[in-house]
Structure formats: C-alpha cells, structure tokens
Design a binder for this molecule. Structure first.
Ligand code: C2O
Ligand code: CU
Ligand code: CU
Length: 508
C-alpha cells in the first residue's frame, strides 16, 4: 500500500472542466524521485489524504432534468440549435459515481412527452433499468422518478432515454456516466469525449424525418454533423509528455466511427467500461459503434507546438478530421512516457462456466439486401437527403427480426421473453448476422465475455455490453445470468431497434 498520494498538475484547464468532462487525476501512484524532478514545479506530491474520497463523496446524489435546451452545433459562433437536453445542455452532465457506493439520481421530466433514463452498461436491479412498460412506468411530463442503485463496476458508461428513443436521443438526450475506481491508474488527466452525431438542415436545425423506413432498413439515421462534448470539435490542447486517460463514448443514433490518432499510439485499457488486457487497436483503428465505449491511455509523445489529426475513416470515401491534438509550445512534462502500469483492476464479474453453459442462437435477420461489396468498410446508405421527411414509420411495422420475431419501439408491457434463463446459470449466446448491415448488439443488465468472432477467439480478455457485428459475422458471447428480471437485447442503431431488431431475455 502506498501511503503517499500525488496530484499531477493540469497544464491547461479548459472550460469543459466545470461540466465534469475533464478532471485532474488524483492517484495513489507514487512517482520515483527522478520522475518528480522531471515533472518539475507543477507537481504537488505530499497530500496526506486520498483526494478521490473527497472528490466523489459529494456527488453520489444527482438531479437531472430532461427538457428543452439549446446547443452550438454549427460553426460561426452565434447559431444555436434547439435540442432536447439534460439540464439544458448537450451532452448532459458527466455523472461521477464511486464503485460499490450507493447512488441516487432524481429525474424530473420537463419534456412535453413521457421519458425514462436507462443507465447503459450498469449492472443494476431490473426496476432501475429505465425501460418503459417493461421495468417501470414512463415518467410523465412534470413528474419525477428516483433511480437508486449501487454500481458494482468501475468504468465508463452512459445514460440516455428509452422512450421515443429515435427523437429523444437524436435530439440530444445523452450523457456520460463515469464510475470511478477506488484507486485509478496513474494519468495526468482524465478526459471524457462524448461523441454525438446530428442531422442538421441548412439553417442548423435538427432535420425532421425520424423513422424514415428506407433508412431504417439500411444504416439508420446517420447525420451530417459530428460533435465532441456537444460542440464542433476544435483543437484539444495537450502538453508534450503528459499521459491522458481518454474515455470515448459514442452516443450517436447510427453513426459508427473508426478513429485513428495520427502520430500517437493509444492503448485500449477497457471496453464498454470493463477492463481488458491493455492492447493497441488492430491497425491503429479504434472502432466505436453507437453505445460503445473505449477507455484509452494516450501518452502525448508528439512535438511541442505541433498538431496531430484525429481521423474518422469508418465510411468508405468519407474520412474526415474529427479533431486534433494541439501541442503547447512548452517543454515536455517528462522526457519518457510515464513508467506506470496501465492495467485497470478487474471488476467483480462472475466468470461463466463454459462447460456447463446452455447454448442459444440468435439469428439477426431483415433489412435491405446487400448492396455490393460490404466487407471493405462501412457503407453509408439511406441518407434520404436533407429534406428527408418521408413520414414516420408506421408503428410496429417491422423491418428486422431476431429468430423470426420482431419487437418494435422502445419498450412496452406485453414483451414476452424469447427465452427464460435460470438464475446463476451460465449461457453462451451465438449471434449470427444474416443481414447486409452492421449491428452493435446490446444486452441490458449484464456484461458478457466476448468469446469468438467467426470462429476465432477474441484476444485481450474482452468483456462488453455492446458487441459490433459486421455483415455476416458470427459472434459468441458468454455470461452468468445472475441478475433477475426481464432484460432487453437489441441493436443500438436506434432505427434498427425500433424497427424490430430487439428481444427480451428473462432471468428467474
Ligand atoms: Cu443503451 Cu436499450 O440501451
Ligand atoms: Cu443498456
Ligand atoms: Cu442494427
């Protein structure tokens, strides 16, 4: 046990900080005397208490208010867009909880319609899962609901409505939820990037046409404006030599991203909040589909004064610079990358017993048939034009199905479970994507171990709550059914979910 705590100074505090998007990391890691000398004057190394305790103790009580808000989604300064937002701002506030400590979050609905909040990825009691009809009555306009749970896992999660999801998420209701480890890994800064995707018309308003059937049968409502923490991504100011823990959250309705960090070598330390063996992404590309999160450790080893692009090249022929790292001119914070462990402590996940596990198959079906070669990368189809509004999808008309059955919408009372699992038994679920489209498949209430993809074992001990299936992929996942209740399993491309790519698992 290390008695001494230290605080690494933040080179530049951006105003994101007030909204919790960036915090100086307090760590119990004790640098060597040599490192202290290298770090220099900015470092305070003698705090006697663990600052993390004070940091989070005050914030396990939250109130968030979904309602109308305004956001700066367009360039050129003044133009504001009407959005739906938590506490009037996009993204919603970063909710910071502590692992194993109770949380109480009051949600007061100031929208003109019913809503709920789903705490995506948190293993919580079913009654707190936020699915209208299935786990709770919807929160009516003007009413409140109190969510209470104790997050068992540290990690990066997020929250969003589970009612009228296409519009509520598509108009801006989303926020990051960080559950802090008791002892975080050493880093100079902990930074959250909430990535959002919007379809704006030429006036900068959110374009109508949610639920366009053509899009729903293809890649979903992919937008035309990507934001980082709610604004058009400007430069990210960094200092040479610093180590950043970067938490990526993709809150898009449908946009899949594949990020490359020019000149840098990010290390993935957690997937969907769950620690994995630290590893560099294949081909240097960070694949991030809707609802997925990645925790990275990035050593800023670029040159002072230079800029390095962060590129999203997921869609064929549509690569763009998402943002860039802009290095301050200052001398490096330290000469060599911080020599400290990156591995996060494991969360208390029950390990499935693969020998005794029951096996299940889920065939994902429907959508438009293949449109040419789908293997190279993402195809963006069904943009529908900016004027797009071909009218809403008739409710309940399914385009997609799982094992021949389609559940549509966001959650309702008469969703009969596809299968009932005995409590505490182990299960292997094989998902087969028989469609021509990509699907980030998400299970509520559990994290599953990702066993294999197309027969090849998945390396690095990866657990997830959302796993991306390319066209024709077969993915095997395993979990212990230790959490009783009715749990949704659906594609997180929201158009796909609401048009039938959804089912319910019951655990009793
Ligand atoms: Cu973020 Cu039903 O999910
Ligand atoms: Cu979820
Ligand atoms: Cu899908």
């Amino acid at each position: 046990m290390v008695a001494q705590a230290c605080v690494f100074a933040t080179p530049a505090i951006r105003d994101d900080r007030r909204r919790g998007l960036e915090v100086t990391v307090f760590s119990n890691y004790s640098p060597s005397r040599r490192e202290l000398l290298q770090v220099g004057a900015g470092l305070v190394a003698s705090a006697m208490v663990r600052p993390t305790l004070g940091l989070a103790a005050a914030v396990s009580d939250y109130k968030i208010t979904p309602g109308p808000g305004r956001a700066r989604l367009k360039g050129g300064g003044g133009s504001n867009t009407d959005v739906w937002a938590y506490d009037g701002d996009v993204p919603g506030p970063v909710i910071r909880l502590r692992q194993g400590k109770p949380a109480r979050i009051v949600v007061e609905n100031r929208l003109q319609e019913d809503t709920t909040v789903h705490w995506h990825g948190i293993r919580l009691p079913n009654a707190m899962d936020g699915v209208p009809g299935l786990t709770q009555p919807p929160i009516k306009p003007g009413e409140r609901f109190v969510y209470e749970f104790t997050p068992p896992d540290a990690g990066t999660f997020w929250y969003h409505p589970h009612a009228n999801s296409l519009q509520q998420l598509g108009r801006g209701l989303a926020g990051a939820l960080v559950v802090e480890e008791a002892e975080p890994v050493p880093a100079d800064r902990d930074v959250v990037w909430v990535l959002g995707d919007w379809r704006l018309d030429s006036d900068g308003n959110i374009a109508p046409g949610f639920g366009n059937r053509m899009e729903a049968a293809m890649s979903g409502r992919v937008g035309n404006t990507v934001t980082l923490n709610g604004t058009l991504p400007g430069d990210q100011n960094v200092r040479a030599g610093e180590r950043i823990r970067l938490r990526l959250v993709n809150t898009s309705l449908a946009r899949i991203m594949a990020l490359r960090f020019e000149g840098h070598r990010p290390v993935i330390v957690a997937v969907d909040g769950q620690p994995c063996d630290p590893h560099e992404p294949e081909g240097g590309r960070l694949l991030l589909a809707p609802a997925m999160r990645l925790d990275l450790i990035v050593d800023m080893q670029g040159e002072p004064g230079r800029r390095y692009a962060v590129i999203d090249d997921y869609y064929d022929g549509l690569a763009y610079d998402l943002t860039s790292f802009a290095y301050a001119g200052q001398a490096p914070l330290r000469k060599n990358p911080l020599d400290a462990p990156m591995r996060l402590p494991r969360n208390p996940l029950p390990e499935p017993d693969l020998q005794s596990a029951k096996r299940h198959e889920l065939a994902l079906q429907g959508g438009m048939p293949s449109m040419g070669n789908m293997t190279g990368g993402g195809k963006m189809q069904g943009m529908g034009g900016m004027s797009g509004g071909t009218g809403g999808m008739a409710h309940g008309r399914a385009i997609w199905s799982i094992n021949g059955t389609s559940m549509t919408g966001d959650g309702h009372a008469d969703m009969l479970p596809l299968v009932t699992l005995m409590r505490d038994s182990s299960h292997v679920v094989t998902m087969r994507n028989e469609t021509a489209w990509w699907h980030p498949m998400h299970l509520h209430g559990f994290s599953f171990r990702v066993l294999s993809r197309n027969g090849v074992p998945v390396p690095h001990n990866q657990w997830a709550d959302t796993v991306l299936l390319a066209p024709k992929d077969t993915v095997e996942v395993a979990f212990v059914a230790d959490n009783p209740g009715d749990w949704m399993l659906h594609c997180h491309v929201t158009d796909h979910q609401t048009a039938g790519l959804m089912t319910v698992l019951r655990v009793t």
